[in-house]
Design a protein. Structure first.
Lengths: 140, 169
């Protein structure tokens, strides 16, 4: 490639007047590795442009974004929380009822045993009454 | 439109979308998120896609707009932009650096360009779109695209010459 042609193409290139085909000619020249020293700065430019084309997206594209997943996850979490609260509440109430039942049972047992003590004392009274009746015959 | 039809029509330009997003947002992760987001939007609007003659150009426009929004919200939330933190290296050292580094330097020089010039360089010199297409994507007249591109190319070249004293050797 004659340098004069490259030079005139570069002139046009700087004014953004080159066509895509002409730019291909320039690219090929500057990537050939055989560049005239006075055009060194262009070599860096064209090499950079060429390298940049190689960069690709490394992550896969997802069409169902995570956002909706998070939304459903939070809904599920709140439902789970509500259910567990409801279940827990039922369990708690049952436990409290059992405790109350146990307390009432012991209280009633205490009451009944005390009542029975009173009954025993009453039995002694009958013995006393019998004795009195032996001495003082009840009038007929 | 089935999922496989959709993917057939939009997947071929996924890397272009990604590269454009990365050009504007700088970080790879941000660009990946932007690409993901763009494809999700396209998928949601899949019924309307057939109305567009050029889905690819439409997707590029959407990418550009999405990235501009991201940049704006970043600035609004007071996060520093990664590329504004760029510091120039020691120039004495620079001169010693070889070919490979001057290639990397082009990257930094493009990063320092105004957004519109970045876009045009990306779309023309890297993705090889013609001026008509670029005009459609950026909502500019083809002549305006030329002017912007010319400015960007000249700036990159002049900066390279300045930093390496190429012309003087």
């Amino acid at each position: 490639m004659e340098l004069s042609k490259i030079e005139s193409l570069l002139e046009k290139y700087l004014n953004a007047e080159t066509s895509l085909q002409e730019e291909v000619i320039l690219k090929n020249y500057f990537l050939s590795g055989n560049v005239a020293p006075k055009f060194q700065e262009y070599e860096a430019m064209f090499s950079y442009f060429n390298d940049s084309k190689e960069e690709t997206l490394e992550v896969p594209i997802q069409l169902n974004t995570k956002k909706t997943n998070w939304k459903w996850l939070s809904v599920a979490a709140s439902v789970a929380l509500l259910v567990s609260m409801y279940m827990g509440n039922g369990y708690l109430a049952e436990k409290q009822a059992k405790e109350q039942y146990a307390q009432i049972t012991t209280a009633l047992q205490l009451l009944s045993s005390n009542l029975n003590k009173g009954n025993e004392a009453m039995a002694n009274l009958y013995v006393y009454e019998d004795t009195v009746n032996k001495i003082f015959k009840p009038s007929k | 439109m089935t999922q496989s039809d959709f993917l057939k029509s939009v997947l071929p330009f996924k890397d272009k979308v990604f590269r454009l997003a990365k050009r504007l947002l700088v970080s790879t992760e941000e660009a990946e998120d932007a690409t993901q987001e763009l494809y999700f939007k396209l998928w949601k609007n899949k019924e309307k896609l057939s109305d567009y003659k050029n889905v690819e150009a439409f997707a590029m426009t959407m990418t550009k707009n999405y990235c501009f929004d991201r940049l704006k919200s970043k600035q609004a939330s007071n996060l520093t932009l990664v590329h504004s933190n760029y510091k120039e290296k020691d120039t004495a050292l620079e001169k010693k650096l070889e070919y490979r580094d001057s290639v990397n330097q082009v990257h930094q020089l493009i990063e320092n360009l105004p957004e519109q010039q970045k876009l045009v360089i990306q779309l023309r010199d890297i993705e090889d779109y013609d001026f008509e297409e670029i005009g459609k994507m950026l909502d500019l007249k083809p002549t305006a695209v030329r002017v912007t591109l010319s400015r960007a190319r000249k700036t990159i070249r002049e900066e390279l010459i300045k930093q390496h004293n190429y012309g003087v050797i």
